[in-house]
Structures are given as structure tokens and as C-alpha cells.
Design a protein around this ligand. Structure first.
Ligand SMILES: [Zn+2]
Length: 531
């Protein structure tokens, strides 16, 4: 049986821009649009030309994208003609391939919010769709509050949808604007709509207020809808929109959908999905959600010893899809319950071959357990674990020694009498027979130490040039009788690879120093720096 085409519509740049704390610049919007285009998303909604300078500028030029770049805006205002509405004119003039109009489809909103009649609302939909068609645009109509409107007055809600379709709108999109509709209701209502508007002209726009936006999107598809609207990482106001990063792998990897539908995202696109999801977080300066389905760091992580040993024998025992299919990887956490299986699995992943009976492996396991009891957390610090393992097996060279360091924090009045805090670090490093001293100021002791340490590593400097710290987390733990500090440092290199290192000490500077050293040494090992 031939597969049907299912279309994906991304609204990260419009509805996703409503997320608390998200503020896209023009450069952000262009970069994200290209990312979505490369992924194979059919429609990218860029924003609301005329609503703010960024969106107006975004739609002022051509963008060289394959996707159908879509402008969003309102239908003509009640009581005006389509040719005498400045908002509509801006939308029609925008350089967009498609226009997505938003219109009321709940009679209560028409009366109370719009203060007009049902007939005028439908006339406004018809006129706006006709005007956009006349300008050669593909047209979509977002029916706001469609599901609540349908429950209150099904005839009116259906009449709004039908009016747009009759005038030639390519898509009639059913929006669950408040996000409170449940999957079985979505399925029933969409099935009714598909009797009036053919399903291959019906879209779903779900919000996540009951954490069922993804489920609601699939319920609509089962009932006949053939367009799904959503955002990357489920961005969106309140609890967010339907998460395309969860929807795409389900469509491509779950038999029920994969056998029935083709989508614009290729297998190669799917392999890059985790990367795309993390690139968006990076741009928004947010830590990725570790527990995100498919792409999160924990999505394929196993902690308990028995599971780990089964996963080693056959990953399918505890995985619903392969991590590689979505660009993720399997993680067997080396935790307090660590068994030899976890350690063996991690060694294999790192690419170290060791025999299960090797006494060095037993010693490594002992070392991991000892260190966990004093506060080290290797399940969160894969790079520190790798170094520990490589050291236990004797494969980490001694690149350099830090023979001494000194960190000074001073608060004083400056020349104009202001109170300032000045931090300075001095580090003495020995590389081979060469002794070096570096000093650096920083906005705090750890920052100053990091800068001094990375300022001059002699012949190793070129390997760490692209290294930067992306996250620094501190926790105070109670281990035994005294409080200790655990520092986790996340680093990134020029190739976009991330790793985390850990340090533990009663002294925060010492703990930070350990984590910084591990990060640098890990980078040297990874780069194959010669001894
Ligand atoms: Zn929305």
C-alpha cells in the first residue's frame, strides 16, 4: 500500500517565541530557520510581519530556503474591507511563500472578544483567504480555540473551517489554543471535521497544558489530519507546544506510522535530531533537558547492574529504539550500584578493550566505589570516568604538571573610590623540562584559575585553543563528618563535542581545580596530543 504524505509545520519562531525567557534576534531566527530547513520540515512559520521590527525585517528579504516559509497574522478586521486593512496589507506584502491566518472559530469569542457577528467572522475568513490567494500565496487558516468552540457550537466551528477550505485554503488547522482538550476528544472531533473538510487539508496545533500535546497530535492523525504543527523541544507559551523532536522519531520509527506515512525528514535528518535539539538549547543558552524522550542524555541511560548486564548482551532488551537512529548514544551509568557489567560496558563504549578477569578492571571498580563514597559522581561526569579508567589501565600520559598555583581575591577601593573585588590567579606549569608561569585576572577565583591554567600550556596550547567552559555547577555534600564541595564542569570544543568532569574537596577551589584539570587532560587525550 502506498504511503500517504504527512506534513510537518514548525512554529518555533512564532508560537515558540512566546516562551517565557526566549527572545529571538534576527540572526537567531535565520539560523533556526536554516536548521529546520536542513532537517526537512515542510513549513517554517517565521513570525508576525508588522508586529515587531525583527519579524518585519525577517520578511523584508528572501531567505534562500526550500521549506515553505510562512507569515502569520490576523484575518481582516470586522467592519473593514480586505483592501482597507493595514495589518492585512503588511501580511500580503511580506516576502513569504505562505500565509497562515488566525481566526476565531468559537462563537463566544466572536461575540465577546471580537464584538461582531458570526456572519461577519465567516465573511472575514472568506475575504482574507481570497485576498491572499489572489496574491499567489499558499493559505492556511488557524482556527483558534477550535475544540472548545466545537463543543459549544459545532455548526459554527465547522462553518468557519469549511469557509476557508471553500475559498481555496490549502490547510485548515484545528488549534487547541488553551491546551486542555484530551486525546479521545481530539480524535472524535477531528473525525467529524474530516467529514466536512478532507483530511489531507486538515492540520492539528496542540498545546501541552495536560502534557498530551504529542498524544493529541497523533490522535488527530489517526482521525485523518495530515499536518502536524509543533515546535523544537516543545517551546511555546505556558507549558509549550507539541514537541516535534518527539513527534518526528515516532513517525519514522514506530511501525504504525512509518508504514502509513512519508514525511519530509530523511533518515539522515533523523540521525541528526539530537544535535538539532541541543543546538537550539545552545542558542537559547539553556541546559538541555536530560530526560527528553529520544534525544535527552538519559533517554538511553541505564543504572542498575542487572539491566546493564542484559543491555550488554542485547540492547533490545531495554531499548524501544536504537539510540543511534536519533543521534543519541547508550549510557551505562557507573553509579554506586556499579557492577563489573557497568564498568565493562563503559570501557567498551570508550573503545578500551579489557578482559573481564583483568585485575586492573577489578581495581578500577574498587576505585570508583571508594570515590563515590566521598562524593564523586561519575554518572554525571563521563569524561572524568574515562580518565580514571584510562589511568587504571595505564594509557594516560603525563602531559604536564601544575607545580604550584595561587589564587588571590582582594576587595578594596579603586582610584575613584569605588568598592571593587579583584581576583587574580598565578599558575606554575612544567611541560617536559620547560617551566612556565601564567597569571590571569577573572570575575571570580575559578574563572581566574581557569584562564591562568589555559593561558600557556607550551606545546599543548594548540590542542586546547578551542576549549571553553559551558557550565559550572556546585553542590555542597555531607560526606561523613565534614561538608565537601562537588564541582561539575561542562566543557565544549571547537567541534561542538560536550563533556563533563568532576572534582570533590572540602575546598571549592581545589574541587574546581580537579575538574578543570580533568577537562584539559581529557581534551588532550581526545585530540591525540603527543607526549
Ligand atoms: Zn499556539
Amino acid at each position: 500500500m502506498a504511503r500517504e504524505r504527512l506534513y510537518l509545520f514548525d512554529t518555533t519562531l512564532r508560537d515558540g517565541a512566546q516562551t517565557n525567557g526566549v527572545d529571538f534576534t534576527l540572526a537567531d531566527k535565520l539560523a533556526i530557520a536554516h536548521m529546520l530547513d536542513d532537517l526537512g520540515i515542510d513549513y517554517v512559520e517565521g513570525g508576525y510581519p508588522g508586529a515587531n521590527p525583527t519579524d518585519t525585517e525577517l520578511f523584508a528579504e528572501d531567505r534562500d530556503l526550500r521549506t515553505t516559509f510562512t507569515a502569520f497574522g490576523m484575518t481582516r478586521r470586522p467592519g473593514r474591507s480586505a483592501s482597507n486593512d493595514p495589518g492585512l496589507a503588511m501580511l500580503l506584502d511580506a516576502r513569504a511563500d505562505a500565509i497562515c491566518f488566525v481566526a476565531k472559530s468559537w462563537d463566544y469569542h466572536v461575540r465577546v472578544a471580537l464584538e461582531t457577528t458570526d456572519e461577519e467572522n465567516i465573511a472575514s475568513i472568506r475575504d482574507s483567504v481570497r485576498a491572499a490567494k489572489a496574491r499567489g500565496k499558499e493559505v492556511l487558516l488557524d482556527c483558534e480555540h477550535f475544540f472548545d468552540g466545537y463543543k459549544a457550537n459545532p455548526q459554527f466551528a465547522l462553518a468557519c473551517a469549511r469557509a476557508a477550505y471553500d475559498e481555496g485554503a490549502r490547510w485548515v488547522v484545528l488549534c487547541d489554543t488553551n491546551g486542555g482538550t484530551l486525546p479521545h476528544e481530539v480524535e472524535e472531533i477531528v473525525a467529524e471535521v474530516c467529514k466536512v473538510v478532507p483530511g489531507d487539508h486538515v492540520g492539528i496545533h496542540a498545546h501541552n497544558d495536560t502534557e498530551q500535546a504529542v498524544a493529541n497530535s497523533f490522535a488527530a492523525v489517526r482521525a485523518g489530519a495530515r499536518q502536524i504543527q509543533g515546535t523544537l523541544n516543545g517551546l511555546g507559551e505556558r507549558c509549550g507546544n507539541a514537541n516535534l523532536v518527539s513527534i518526528i522519531p515516532t513517525l519514522k520509527l514506530k511501525k504504525e506510522y512509518a508504514d502509513a506515512f512519508d514525511i519530509g525528514v530523511s533518515d539522515a535528518g533523523l540521525h541528526r535530531l539530537a544535535q538539532v535539539s541541543h543546538a537550539l538549547d545552545e542558542r537559547l543558552n539553556r541546559a538541555p533537558d536530560r530526560h527528553a524522550p529520544y534525544v535527552g542524555e538519559s533517554a538511553f541511560a541505564t543504572k542498575a547492574g542487572i539491566h546493564a548486564s542484559a543491555i550488554m548482551k542485547d540492547p533490545a532488551t531495554y531499548e524501544h529504539v536504537t539510540p543511534e537512529s536519533v543521534g543519541n548514544r547508550r549510557r551505562v551509568l557507573v553509579s554506586e550500584q556499579a557492577g563489573a557489567s557497568n564498568v565493562m560496558a563503559e570501557l567498551e563504549r570508550i573503545g578500551i578493550s579489557a578482559d573481564r578477569g583483568d585485575p586492573r578492571v577489578a581495581r578500577l571498580l574498587e576505585q570508583v566505589k571508594e570515590r563515590q563514597t566521598i562524593g564523586y559522581a561519575y554518572e554525571a561526569a563521563d569524561a572524568s570516568f574515562e580518565l580514571l579508567a584510562r589511568r587504571a589501565l595505564g594509557t594516560v600520559p603525563n602531559y604536564f604538571d601544575v607545580t604550584q598555583f595561587d589564587v588571590n581575591v582582594e576587595q578594596r577601593n579603586n582610584a575613584v573610590g569605588e568598592r571593587v573585588t579583584v581576583t587574580m590567579a598565578v599558575v606554575k606549569v612544567k611541560v617536559g623540562e620547560e617551566n612556565m608561569i601564567s597569571a590571569a585576572e577573572g570575575n571570580g577565583p575559578v574563572n581566574a584559575l581557569d584562564r591562568a591554567l589555559r593561558k600557556d600550556l607550551g606545546r599543548y596550547q594548540k590542542y586546547i585553543e578551542g576549549l571553553k567552559l559551558t557550565d559550572y555547577r556546585v553542590r555542597i555534600l555531607n560526606a561523613g563528618t565534614e561538608a565537601v564541595t562537588r564541582v561539575l564542569i561542562e566543557s565544549e570544543d571547537e567541534g561542538g563535542e560536550h563533556w563533563t568532569t568532576v572534582g570533590v574537596s572540602p575546598n571549592i577551589i581545589d574541587a574546581s581545580f580537579q575538574a578543570l584539570m580533568d577537562s584539559i587532560v581529557y581534551k588532550l587525550v581526545k585530540s591525540g596530543a603527543p607526549v
